[in-house]
Write a protein of this length. Sequence first.
Length: 359
Amino acid sequence: MPETHAVRRDALRKALVEKGLDAVLVTRLVNVRYLTGFTGSNGALLVTPDAEVLTTDGRYITQSAAQAPDVERLITTAIATDLVERAATNGRVRIGFEAHDVTVEAHGRLTGVTENAELLAVTGAVEALRAVKDDDEIELIRRACRAADDAVAGLWETRLAGRTEKEIRNDLEARMLAAGADAASFETIVASGPNSAVPHHRPTGRVVEPGDLLKLDFGALVEGYHSDMTRTVVLGEPAQWQRDLHALVAEAQQAGIDALRAGATSAELDRAARDVITAAGHGEDYTHSLGHGVGLEIHEAPSLRKDGSDTLADRMPVTVEPGVYLPGRGGVRIEDLLVVRPDGPDSLTTTTKELLVLA
């Protein structure tokens, strides 16, 4: 989509001018991809007011030409330093660099290229642009959500009791691939019984048993874009405390969703859900933030946390995922991926959030 990438680079140019810079050096590969379409493992991009240059090495001559046909390319082994030298060819320049990506060692190399270049930290400039998605991006995320929805629907139809957490993980990930995913978005969480009280439990050889809460946190990757969903079910007839815990988390999640609107701050959203859990006496059992943005990365801006200052805008996809965890007993998390819209959030996740009783 050369036209789409050109629009994104123009948006970065506007930010460049506003900051009084002569150029921006983009070294984070995910940001290079966002701005050019290039998906190689080595590359950097220089954006100036009237041009852009993509550097990569000889392994990617053909790939870079195909993926970034509208950008001037420079094939070199000195990926970033050659771009700094290029920018300073005609005199002294102020170059913004991604300080959250460039190491101290790399910064030393860049500053040593030429006396004509003044390097100034620019943190999160491209990430801020990425937070608001275009129609094509939202459709890819929707497809990723659909693959995850379809996969878990098939999993629910199988017998889970007697299988290990690792076996269930492998089955779920295989079903996502069969549903059209390129890969799993991240390391799938399958947590049963007392393990469900661990927010980011890694699947083990524990056998799932009747009476267990079973928490699944998973997502699909489609053409570089991620999805993210969590569902908690129960094996066999649930105990009353399990019903109550699930109902509480569902209420908190709905409060967070109801507060999801353009102009709301991340702290306001987190508080909407957290207050419900705190009022029920489980404030100390809710140990993480409410959610995060999703796109080319599984965790990206905005960050929905209680001390956050990010402000939501139209077309931002975010997760809403409160949880309550009782050590030694079990935990519940419910997570959907939604897009902020003027007339209310659009849920890209369609799997039921009811407390399913499975075998």
